[in-house]
Write a protein that binds this ligand. Structure first.
Ligand SMILES: [Zn+2]
Length: 285
């Protein structure tokens, strides 16, 4: 189907290989070489002088192929399926960030709850089942004095906050590579603020006499979450690229080329070939 020869496109009149047609466009989405699977994104599209058909040359294996493959009866159905899947992807992203925001609030509230004494015990009864509550059933009465391992507890739970937000930042820069840096930072700021405000309102309702005592903890968690989110933005893509290198063989790396392209780096090579080492050295860093 796309079995075009690998010779240079030559000028039809002069027959000179150097008089190749100028690029008319470039591939601006993930397209894969029919021969070797290399991601053709960013490669120039030229018009074949004999036929006028736009073609792209794979820089990996040298094969020419049509730059346009919207030609089969299956195509309209694939487009519809794509639309459906894109809708599902948007809902998935919204759900992920909503749950991570919820987790940021939950860890902050759990901190307040853990440091306070409750009326009765922290054991919750539902019917005949006894559950030792993660969040206590009854309202907080007073702050626990002489909490064992206080520093260790605070350090651990703040680190938990940091890591939840780090996951957010990492996920954002990889799942939404089209955003600007400022937009990621805005999201990483908005999530702890929303979580913190919700926790403050809940805490005000649950323990109004301990509201002011709780505020520094809520603020500390929001701060840890902001730092975690910013660290996730900074290290998300390098970690993503490392994970791709560790877990995926070279042949499928072009499928996730966007992690490189989003950072303005060359698409990784899909296999090792005897091309000059200089070209190898710059690829896929
Ligand atoms: Zn190829």
């Amino acid at each position: 189907m796309m079995d075009v020869a690998t010779e240079e496109i030559v000028d039809a009149r002069s027959g000179d290989p150097k008089a190749r047609a100028a690029p008319v466009a470039c591939i601006d989405l993930d397209r894969f070489c029919g021969n070797c699977g290399y991601n053709l994104r960013t490669l120039p599209v030229c018009r074949d002088n004999h036929t006028g058909i736009p073609v792209v040359r794979c820089t990996e294996c040298g094969r020419f192929q049509s730059a346009n493959d919207a030609s089969t009866a299956l195509r309209p159905w694939l487009d519809r399926l794509t639309l459906f899947l894109l809708g599902g992807w948007v809902l998935f992203l919204v759900a992920v960030f909503a749950h991570l925001c919820l987790a940021e609030g939950a860890v902050s509230y759990a901190n307040l709850d853990e440091l306070t004494e409750h009326e009765g015990s922290s054991i919750r009864r539902i019917g005949n089942t006894t559950i030792r509550g993660w969040v206590n059933a009854s309202a907080p009465l007073e702050v626990t004095t002489e909490y064992p391992e206080y520093e260790f507890f605070i350090a651990s739970i703040l680190f938990g906050s940091f890591m939840i937000a780090f996951t957010c930042g990492l996920f954002a820069v990889i799942a939404m590579p089209h955003w600007h840096r400022a937009a990621y930072a805005g999201l990483m700021l908005a999530m702890p603020v929303i979580a913190g405000v919700v926790v403050a309102v809940l805490w005000k309702y649950d323990a109004p006499h301990l509201f002011l005592w709780g505020m520094p903890y809520i603020a500390a968690h929001a701060g840890a979450q902001l730092l975690g989110g910013l660290a996730g933005i900074a290290f998300g893509r390098p970690l993503g690229r490392l994970a791709v290198r560790v877990f995926l063989p070279p042949s499928v790396r072009p499928r996730v080329a966007f992690i490189w392209l989003a950072a303005g780096q060359p698409v990784p090579r899909s296999r090792v070939d005897p091309r000059p080492a200089a070209a190898n050295a710059t690829a896929g860093r």
